[in-house]
Design a protein around this ligand. Sequence first.
Ligand SMILES: [Ca+2]
Ligand SMILES: [Ca+2]
Length: 228
Amino acid sequence: MKSRLLALAAAAVFAFGVQAVLAAPIHNESGDAGGTIAGAQVVDGDGPPGSPVTAIVGSLSGGNDVDIYGINISSPAVFSASTQGGAAFDTQLFLFHGNGVGISANDDTAASLQSLLPAGNPLHTVLAPGSYFLAITGFDNDPLDGAANLIFQSSPFIGVYGPNPGVGPLAGFSGGGSSGQYTIFLTGVTHTPGPASVIGEPASVIGWTLIAGIGSVGAYLRRRRKSA
Ligand SMILES: [Ca+2]
Ligand SMILES: [Ca+2]
């Protein structure tokens, strides 16, 4: 009886330990996050579904590197993304729908060359909870549509902008920017709870499911390798 209790206690401690490891609120870039919506790195697998993601840590390896992350915005009313205090280079942040249509952009704040997509901005509060794509680049590597139009106004640098009228979805970037290590601080973002959370983003459901599935397998394999 005693040994069974000890075994149960050990199992509980083990389960708690695993949960604690899985509950990491910070997502570390795995390899190099892709520079397209389809190649985006989904922020899942390093926390239980629904648990908060408070930051993404990664690096832009050169002026043409663009890192795009698939994130689950669970609370659009408080969603924010910021590199203030999280980078030593001139960052830019851009938010997109799963179909590549632009949502918001910021280059600099009044205080710094780092970037802020602010909580409470009407561009964010109107969003439905679900999957979105957050891109980080170094100034002045800007997102372009298929006709090489700038998707977002790029000056004055401190503005928070929605997409320019008439532009198409993301097709590429202008290239040639600053680079370095970054931390993107997040609010209103949780680890993806899976396809059921993808509300209001029907065009991206299949892609998101596929990406999330691949990401989960990758995370599983990474954990397997680490524990082997
Ligand atoms: Ca990178
Ligand atoms: Ca900037």
